[in-house]
Design a protein around this ligand. Structure first.
Ligand code: NAD
Length: 504
């Protein structure tokens, strides 16, 4: 039996329980259908077949989940942090035990290739371990004495929080948001993306099996404009951690205004990879290809704009075309596959619409530009050349395996073009000139920049974007800053003079 067939067989056994019950919500420790009894369906992007029904939660389910999170909050907040640490490590153990199930379900639900998803499941476990270890120091503060007072700062968890996640790497992103919230002592209501609900359910089960008290982690499936909106408006939810599109972030900010929600946004990107002619071009080529064509290009940090110096552009683009044409598009459960199908018909239509837009803009399709097969949402990895930065293909987030190549002459021009977009999530700079790298990265508008490297995540570092790419940072202590409130307590150290109003 081929590895693909073996994986399909294993997947089928993992899916049986979802076919039997559908994907249920989890509220106050109970697996429940939506209170309305309504469901929606999730389909596989591989062959468009039905995977299962999903509970279609709405405002009433969000209300029940928010109440459960509110009730569970005081005990979870007051639990010794060392106990929270143990539970979070047990969740990580549970993820590792079920890593194969998570990876196979994620691939089938999202279309992401197994070669990347098996690692994403384990990265999810690492996220839990990282924040578990930091839980005991989350409340630490400073002592700031004055002449008359001993000021002591401490941090306290903000309360029940809402987590809203997208469909591109749903499992990893959910852990990335939920683990620090729990470590900080917050309780959680999670609303996963409607296109990819399977692994959020598995994750919530793992958490309760690990001993997480009931109501600490609640899961409500449903549509964004329905369950998602209700969560952002709920008065018991004190903050919203959101990962998704920039325009959804803007809607959430408006929806949350009446209840003064604290928001943390990780949004879209149109990230440049800038290749100067003095760079190690072999490594630059590998990294540029990896950063746009891995994860189906459905990656917020993808390097979707190649800015290449004109002196090397002909050769670099020619080598790029050769490699892009050799990328293996196929079944996501085949270990050899490098690109699987796009998540959904709506997204497939959006991505493929840019093939026509590129030609209308006056660019050239140097590779790809076609769908693959007639079933599922497969596309050939695509490269547009002859582009200018004003074109739609250079300004808009396509969120697929599609790269736009733009040539530049000078460092100043490269910087101007790199910054001339609404977004500012990541930048990738390739040069062996150290002073140029320092000068350029200082002026590049992005939350995260890698020099002579692809995106390699290091959990203690700040993750997030500027401009339309986000508000706030994740990682290290930055995650706790979002999920916790600072408190200052001032103790009088003596008998300092208190102004005496009304006294003689
Ligand atoms: P999306 O904004 O359409 O949906 C994300 C989530 O928001 C879903 O759960 C959806 O149901 C919910 N939602 C939609 N409307 C809502 C509303 N009015 N109120 C509350 N919730 C609502 O995004 P998507 O298409 O699922 O994901 C792709 C986007 O996510 C891309 O733009 C990508 O760049 C971005 N992304 C960013 C990062 C990052 O770290 N910056 C990481 C991954 C993905």
């Amino acid at each position: 039996m081929s590895e693909l067939d073996a994986n399909i067989q294993k997947l089928s056994s993992y899916l049986e329980r979802f076919r039997a019950t559908g994907v249920l919500n989890q509220i106050g420790g109970e697996a429940r259908p939506a209170l309305s009894g309504e469901t929606f369906q999730t389909h596989s992007p591989v062959d468009e077949t039905l995977i299962c029904d999903v509970a279609k939660g709405g405002a009433a389910d969000i209300d029940a989940a928010a109440k459960a999170a509110r009730e569970a909050f005081p005990a979870w907040r007051d639990l010794a942090a060392t106990e929270r640490k143990k539970i979070l490590h047990r969740i990580a153990d549970g993820i590792v035990e079920r890593a194969e199930e998570i990876a196979l379900c994620e691939c089938w639900d999202t279309g992401q290739a197994l070669r990347f998803m098996s690692k994403a499941a384990l990265r999810g476990a690492e996220n839990f371990r990282f924040f578990a270890d930091r839980a005991p120091s989350a409340r630490d503060g400073q002592s700031l004495p004055s002449a008359t007072l001993m000021n002591v700062t401490t941090r306290v968890p903000i309360g029940p929080v809402g987590v809203i996640t997208p469909w591109n790497t749903p499992f990893m992103l959910s852990t990335w948001k939920i683990a620090p919230a729990l470590a900080a002592g917050c309780t959680v209501v999670h609303k996963p993306a409607e296109f990819s609900p399977l692994t959020a359910r598995i994750l919530a089960e793992i958490a309760e099996e690990a001993g997480l008290p009931k109501g600490v982690w609640n899961l409500v499936n449903g549509l964004g404009e329905d369950a998602g909106k209700a969560m952002t408006e709920h008065p018991d939810i004190k903050a919203i951690a959101f990962v998704g599109e920039s325009r959804t972030g803007s809607m959430i900010m408006k929806q949350g205004a009446d209840t003064l929600k604290r928001v943390h946004f990780e949004l879209g990107g149109k990230n440049p990879v800038i290749v100067f002619d003095d760079a190690d071009l072999d490594r630059a080529l590998d990294a540029a290809i990896f950063m746009i064509y891995s994860l189906n290009g459905e990656r917020c940090t993808s390097s979707s704009r190649l800015l290449v110096q004109d002196t090397i552009a002909d050769e670099f683009e020619a080598r790029l075309v050769e490699r892009v044409n050799a990328i293996r598009v196929g079944h996501p459960l085949d270990p050899g596959t490098e690109i699987g199908p796009l998540i959904h018909k709506t997204h497939f239509d959006k991505v493929t619409s840019y093939f026509g837009i590129a030609l209308e803009d006056g660019a050239t399709i140097a590779a790809g530009g076609t769908r693959v097969g007639s079933e599922g949402y497969f596309v050939r990895p695509t490269l547009f050349t002859g582009a200018s930065n004003q074109m739609n293909i250079a300004q808009e987030e396509i969120f697929g395996p599609v790269l736009t190549s733009i040539r530049f002459k000078t460092e100043d021009e490269a910087l101007r073009v790199a910054n001339d977009v609404d977004y500012g999530l990541t930048g990738y700079v390739w040069t062996n000139d150290l002073t140029r790298a320092m000068r350029f990265t200082d002026r590049l508008e992005a939350g995260m920049i890698w020099v002579n490297s692809e995106n390699v995540r290091h959990l203690p570092t700040p993750f997030g974007g500027v401009k339309a790419s986000g508000i706030g940072r994740d990682g290290g202590d930055w995650s706790f800053e979002f999920y916790m409130e600072q408190k200052n307590i001032a103790f009088a150290t003596g008998q300092h003079a208190i102004p005496r109003l009304g006294a003689l």
